[in-house]
Design a protein around this ligand. Structure first.
Ligand SMILES: Cc1cc2nc3c(=O)[nH]c(=O)nc-3n(C[C@H](O)[C@H](O)[C@H](O)COP(=O)(O)O)c2cc1C
Length: 182
C-alpha cells in the first residue's frame, strides 16, 4: 500500500517559526509518510484576482491538498487571533467547487510566545475548518506556550508531556487513515 500523504502547513512564514518546527515534530512522530511542505506565502485573497484565474502558487497548493490524506497545520496566534497567512490560505482553499477540503483530515497544533500557547488562535482555526467540513482530529489541545523555551537547537520539542501529546495525536491520525483505506 502507498504511504499516506501529509501536507505541512505553517501559519507563520518566518524561517525559524516554532509552528513550522511543531508541524515537523508531528510529521516525524507519524512515521512513514510522504510529506509535502506546503507554502502559505500566497497573494492576498481578492475576488478580482480569482476571477482572472487562480495564481500559480494557489494552484500548486490546491494540487497538494487534493493529493494529501491529511493536513498538519501549525496555527500561530497574532493579537489573540488566527494569523493572516493561515486565514488567507484557508480562504483560498475554500474556493474550489466542489470543495477540496470537505472530509479532509487535519491535525491542528499551536505554538506561541505567550502563556496560553495560542489557545484563541487554535480555537478560531478549528472553528473555521469545521465550518468547511474538514475532519479535525480532536483531543486535548496541543498548545506550546512560551515556545521560545520549548525547542532545542535542532528544532525538536524538549518537553516530554508535549512530545507525548503530539505522538498520541499522530498515532490516532494514522489509525484513522488506516481505517479509512480499508
Ligand atoms: C503581530 C504579532 C502578534 C502576536 N500576538 C500574540 C498573541 O496574541 N498571543 C501570543 O501568545 N503570542 C503572540 N505573539 C507572539 C508569537 O506567538 C510568537 O512570535 C511566535 O513565535 C509566533 O509563531 P512562530 O514562531 O511560528 O512565528 C505575536 C507575535 C506577532 C508578530
Amino acid at each position: 500500500m502507498s504511504k499516506p500523504v501529509l501536507l505541512m502547513l505553517s501559519g507563520s512564514l518566518r524561517k525559524e517559526s516554532y509552528n513550522r518546527k511543531l508541524v515537523s515534530e508531528a510529521v516525524n512522530a507519524f512515521g512513514p509518510a510522504e510529506v509535502i511542505d506546503g507554502d502559505l506565502d500566497l497573494p492576498l485573497f481578492n475576488e478580482d484576482v480569482e476571477a482572472a484565474g487562480f495564481p500559480d502558487k494557489v494552484e500548486t497548493l490546491y494540487d497538494q491538498v487534493r493529493r494529501a490524506d491529511a493536513l498538519i497545520i501549525g496555527a500561530p496566534e497574532y493579537n489573540k487571533g488566527i494569523s493572516g497567512p493561515l486565514k488567507n490560505g484557508i480562504d483560498w482553499l475554500s474556493r474550489p467547487n466542489p470543495s477540496i477540503l470537505k472530509d479532509k483530515k487535519a491535525v491542528v497544533l499551536s505554538a506561541a510566545g505567550g502563556r496560553t500557547g495560542g489557545e484563541t488562535a487554535h480555537f478560531m482555526t478549528v472553528s473555521i475548518l469545521t465550518q468547511l467540513q474538514v475532519n479535525v482530529v480532536h483531543g486535548p489541545l496541543i498548545l506550546v506556550a512560551q515556545a521560545q523555551n520549548e525547542f532545542d537547537e535542532n528544532g525538536r520539542l524538549t518537553n516530554d508531556f508535549l512530545k507525548k501529546q503530539v505522538t498520541d495525536r499522530m498515532e490516532r491520525l494514522r489509525g484513522m487513515l488506516k481505517a479509512f483505506r480499508l
